[in-house]
Design a protein around this ligand. Structure first.
Ligand SMILES: [Zn+2]
Length: 200
């Protein structure tokens, strides 16, 4: 039997947003991609946590809001491929409209992105040594996705906790939580705030 490399999870977040590095040894995935204009801060946080940028195999944004995908293009230029899902593609060009010139947002080009279907996510993650899948979990936004590891860790971005629904469609939010639960989610690693149990 092949020896399993333990999965580690590190938060390199700042400005009250969590940016998670999920690693299998030195093969890493960055979940959520910083604020516009903060590449220096992201690099400093990675250095502090002893994570070389070149070990990050993919950048994954849970959704295309500026606090979750603000550095996607700069990370690409630095050599980290952007993993994109089909429902996210139309959300990418809209990001620009939420930024001001002083944010120094670098627009994400549609070149050199790795666009895959959800059904392929397990295979793509397997190739970088991370057992899990990526699921479509709309509710906070139509383009929201969650990374679910086989150990039950769920990286849900801004998927609205069931008790805090405002403008969202409650049925869409409930269906996303149900999907995560059915696929074995046990702990939530949200885009903001502390890690919590799935039913906490
Ligand atoms: Zn958001």
């Amino acid at each position: 039997m092949p020896k399993l490399t333990p999965i580690t999870i590190v938060n390199v977040g700042y400005r009250s947003t969590n940016y998670w590095v999920v690693s299998s040894g030195t093969s890493r995935l960055l979940v959520d991609l910083g604020y516009p204009g903060t590449m220096g801060m992201m690099q400093a946080r990675l250095r502090q946590m002893d994570i070389p940028l070149e070990e990050i195999r993919y950048a994954l944004a849970t959704h295309y809001h500026i606090d979750h995908a603000g550095l996607a293009q700069e990370l690409k230029v630095a050599g980290v491929p952007l993993l994109l899902f089909e429902p996210q593609v139309p959300a990418v060009p809209v990001m620009k409209s939420w930024t001001k010139p002083q944010d120094h947002y670098v627009d994400i080009t549609m070149h050199n992105n790795v666009v895959i279907a959800f059904a392929e996510s397990r295979t793509v993650l397997e190739r970088i040594g991370i057992p899990g899948e990526i699921l479509h979990t709309p509710g906070h936004s139509d383009d929201s996705v969650s990374l679910l590891l086989d150990d039950g860790s769920a990286f849900t971005g801004d998927l609205t906790p069931p008790g805090r629904i405002g403008y969202e469609d409650p049925e869409v939010v409930a269906a996303s939580w149900r999907l995560l639960r059915e696929h074995g989610a046990r702990r939530v690693y949200p885009g903001h705030g502390p890690v919590r149990p799935m039913d906490g």
